[in-house]
Design a protein around this ligand. Sequence first.
Ligand SMILES: [Zn+2]
Length: 504
Amino acid sequence: MKQKSIVLVTVDCLRADHVGFMGYERPTTPFLDSLAGESLVVPSAIVAGAPTYYSFPAILASRYPLALGRDVLGLGPDEPTLASTLKQAGYATASFGAANPYISARFGYEHGFDTFRDFLEDEPAPLPEEKANAASGGGWSSRLNRGLQKIRPAFGPLGNVYDELYFEYCQRVTPVADSLDALRRFPAADVIVDHACTWLASVGDAPFFLWLHLMDPHSPYYPKEAALKLMGQTPVTPYRARYLNSFWNRSDLGPRRFARHRDEVVALYDAGVRWVDVQMARLVEALDASSRWDNCIFAFTADHGEEFLDHGGRYHPPSRLMEELIHVPLLLRVPGGAKKDVAKSPFSMVHLAPTLLDAAQLPAPTGFEGRSHWEQLRQAASFDGVAISESVAGCTNPFRPEHRMGPRVLSVRESRFKLVLQFDAVAENLMVETLYDLDADPGERAPLPPAAQKPVRRRLLEIAREHLRRSREQRDSRTRLQARLRELRLEWKKPADQASPVAS
Ligand SMILES: [Zn+2]
C-alpha cells in the first residue's frame, strides 16, 4: 500500500470558537465545514503553551515548551521532530510559513525540512506612518499615548471625548496606504499556498510532508478585501482599518473604551480566517487535481487563540491560560475516514505528532512526550484527557533572554475542571492557584472558592507537581546545551536589543 502523505496547516491566533465546524455562527470556514463532514473534529484540543513560541515545541516535537528550561526557546538543533521523522522515512518535506520569526531557522524549526521558507527575508516595505516616524525620530503612537495620559485629567469628565478627538486627529494627519494589501504585515495565505502548490508539483509521486503556517488572523488585522466581501461585510477603507488597529493597540485605555470598537475589530479578524478557508479550498483542489488528495492526511489547527476582551485583554499575551488562548480547532481528515464523534476529553497538542505518525502507520521517536491517540479518535472511543499548558507571564519579547525568566504559569485542564497555577519568578514557588468548573462556568468568570472541590484541587495540583518534577528530572541536558550554544552564537552576531518582533 502506498505511504500516506501528510499536510499540516497551523493558523496563528485562530481560536476554536471562530470556526464554523466548532459552532461559530459567522461564515468564516464554509470549505472546512464541508470537509468536517468526512473528518475527525476534536472538540477539546488544547495547546501545550501559548503564544507561538510556547506552542510549537509540542506541535512539531511533541515536547512541553519549558522542558529544556525557561531560558531555552524553540527546538534543539537535532531534536527529533515530526518533519525529521518523516524525512528519515523517505518523505519529501517542505515548510512555508508566513513570516513568524519564532518558528524560523533561528529557533531550530528548519530541522527535517528539505525546503524551508519562512518569508522573513521579505521584510514588508515601510508603511507611510513608519516613514513619518523615521522622519520625526520616534513612534507617534507611544508619544501620543504618553501625551494623552498627561493631559486627560485636566479635562475632567470631558477627557475621554478630548482624547478620542485628538486620537482621530492624529490618525487623519498621518498618511495612510491606499489599500489593505499595502498595510498587511505578513504574506497572505494565497502567497503561501502558491508556493506550496509549486513545491507539490516538483515532488512527483513521492510521499510528502507539507507544513504551512498562516498568519492571516494575526494582528494587525488587515484582511484581504475579497474575504471581507465573502463575509458579507461592508467594505472597510484603509483609513478605517488602520484607525481600528491603532485604537486597538493603545496602551492607555480600559476594556470599556475598547469595547466600543470590538465588533469591528473582530470582523477584520474573522475575514482573515475566511481567507485561510478560501486558500484551503484551493490547496485541496490542487491536491485533488494531481490525484494526491485521496492518499493524504490533512490536519488543520492553530498555535493558540486570541483575546477580544473576554477577560479584558487583547491579542495573546503570555500571562494567562484562559480558554480563548489555549483552546484551538483541530480537524483531522484521513483518506477513507468518516465523520466520528470524538470524545470531549481534552486532547493535548503534545499528542498530535505521534497521532499523525500513527495514522500514517509510522512509529514515533522514543523521545516524544505525547502518545498516539489515533485508535481512540478513529473508533470514537473515550480517552483519558488531561492537558497541561505552560507559559511565562509577561514574556512578550522572548528575543530578550531576561523576559523569558518571568514567572511560570501552568494550567491543568480536564473535561470539567481546570486549575491555573502561577509561580514566582525566582524560586519558582507556587503563588496563586485558581480552580474553574468549566461545566458551570465555561467563560471562566468566577473561580471556585478555595474551600470548594478540595479533592479535585488536590488531584490537579498533584498532576502539575508531577509534570514539573518530570520536566526537571528528565531534562535533556545535551539538547538544552546545544540550543543555548546556538543562541549565543546568534547573539554574538546580532544583539537581542536589535531584534524587534512584530509577531507572537
Ligand atoms: Zn502565534
